[in-house]
Ligand binder design. Structure first.
Ligand SMILES: NC(=O)c1ccc[n+]([C@@H]2O[C@H](COP(=O)([O-])OP(=O)(O)OC[C@H]3O[C@@H](n4cnc5c(N)ncnc54)[C@H](O)[C@@H]3O)[C@@H](O)[C@H]2O)c1
Length: 420
């Protein structure tokens, strides 16, 4: 095998797999094949269009040679196979490894001696050793004798203007020290950042899952503070900003109407379940999940309390929900708390208009504001921060604390943030 000119196949052309495929194709001499179950995504890639909202990848695809297919036989004779498929949770919040299992089934006929299989999906400690390797060994080939496995968890933050697939440091764990060194060399060929080798597959898995759990816990902490500071008449943003001028040991996190996306509200459940299987109850992590899951209801309660101040109820009130996606300026709906807010408002009989300039099929901003008495802002899209005319709106619930509170006070509009 020529290490500088390999055949690299990537399974899963989503937010992780596609930018990665672009980066490898752009920075190296490797032949890159993208595989996905979605014909729509594959067709887009073959038309040189990005199947995901990622500014860097949208540019990259125009400049590179990348062929995509739904046909797994295209991965035949690959030197390296990278798996970047979803790892969601089931309805009962338990880890759902079915995409990894089905992707592994599909690559089994094309497994060959000398190959390295790299898992990029986020998983709990133990999945590579207990699920992935046994599944691959059903081929009759043996890990570390015939093929190797590495885990290089992705950390990409779609929409982040500073950090992308090219400059985010990585951690790698592998089934052998040789394959770890090989994987490090591979990633170093297209990433300009530290590529750190950890002691095992399990250590790499754990490193990723604690990053997102850390964020979940810290957000839960400030969400809980928001609830109590509200009762004390304190503005949490002022308090967090004040605490933040400590030059060490305080890292600001901010409250909001809920936590969304494919990672933060999902990954802690992987760790919680794995520890439970081992006989340990992560009650702290579970509590963080519960606090963050309570925020959509808390946000709607703020609207109910504000409506009560003007003698109204949610039922029949014209409400405008600003934002459906889980983060600003993208159209990603995965685990978005705005969806839960929408459901609660509908269940309580609000006369609802939903506006999200990044999601097709939602309503127009100006007309929706014009008809509405109350607004809940659930996503801090730039378009919403720029609104200068709030028409006849009487109540604004700022679920992202991103609007100018003093403006609303000066106009006599009831303004409530989360903790302010
Ligand atoms: N999106 C992020 O910001 C992010 C960041 C870091 C890590 N991760 C992790 O990376 C993994 C992938 O996430 P994503 O955001 O790219 O998901 P995604 O849903 O955007 O993309 C995954 C793709 O895999 C495809 N797929 C599913 N099963 C398949 C199969 N059996 N064979 C072939 N293709 C299949 C899907 O059609 C989809 O296009 C997850 O474990 C996630 O937790 C995501």
């Amino acid at each position: 095998m020529n290490i500088d000119k390999m055949k690299v196949s990537i399974i899963g052309m989503g937010y992780v797999g596609f930018p990665l495929a672009c980066a490898i194709a752009k920075k190296t001499e490797h032949e890159v094949i993208g595989i996905d179950l979605s014909k729509q995504k594959v067709d887009l890639i073959n038309q040189k269009k990005s199947p995901v909202e990622d500014k860097q990848a949208e540019k990259d695809i125009k400049e590179i040679s990348l062929s995509a297919s739904t046909d797994f036989s295209k991965i035949d004779s690959s030197d390296l196979i990278i798996i970047a498929v979803p790892t969601p949770i089931k309805e009962n919040k338990l880890p759902d490894l079915s995409c990894i299992e089905s992707a592994t089934d599909s690559i089994l006929p094309f497994l060959k001696k000398g190959q390295l299989i790299i898992l990029e999906s986020t998983v709990n400690p133990g999945v590579c050793d207990e699920v992935l390797i046994p599944a691959l060994e059903r081929s009759g080939l043996r890990c570390n004798e015939d093929f190797n496995v590495a885990h290089c968890p992705e950390r990409i933050d779609p929409g982040n203007k500073k950090y992308n697939v090219y400059n985010i440091p990585r951690n790698i764990g592998a089934s052998s020290s040789e394959s770890a060194a090989f994987a490090k060399k591979f990633y170093s060929s297209f990433i300009d950042a530290d590529i750190n080798v950890v002691s095992s597959l399990k250590a790499a898995e754990a490193s990723k899952v604690i990053e997102n759990t850390f964020r979940d816990i810290n957000i839960a902490y400030v969400n809980e503070l928001a609830k109590s500071f509200d009762l004390m008449g304190l503005d949490i943003i002022e308090i967090i900003n004040a605490a933040s001028n400590k030059p060490f040991a305080f890292m600001p996190h901010f409250p909001g109407c809920g936590v969304g996306g494919h990672c933060i509200p999902v990954d802690p459940y992987y760790l919680i379940q794995k520890a439970r299987d081992m006989g340990f109850e992560h009650s702290f992590l579970q509590m963080a999940r519960d606090v963050n899951n309570s925020m959509p209801e808390y946000t709607v309660q703020k609207l109910e309390n504000s409506l009560a101040e003007i003698g109204k109820k949610i039922k029949g009130t014209k409400v405008c929900l600003l934002g459906l996606s889980y983060k600003p300026n993208v159209g990603d709906l995965r685990e978005s708390p705005a969806l839960e807010i929408k459901k609660i408002l509908n269940d309580r009989g609000a006369d609802l208009a939903v506006v999200d300039p990044h999601i097709e099929g939602t309503q127009e901003l100006s007309k929706s504001l014009e008809r509405s008495e109350a607004v809940i802002l659930a996503t801090a899209h730039d378009d919403f921060k720029k609104i200068s005319d709030w028409k006849g709106v009487k109540i604004v619930i700022d679920g992202r604390n991103c609007l100018d509170k003093s403006y609303f006070i000066s106009k006599g509009i009831i303004y409530r943030g989360i903790g302010r």
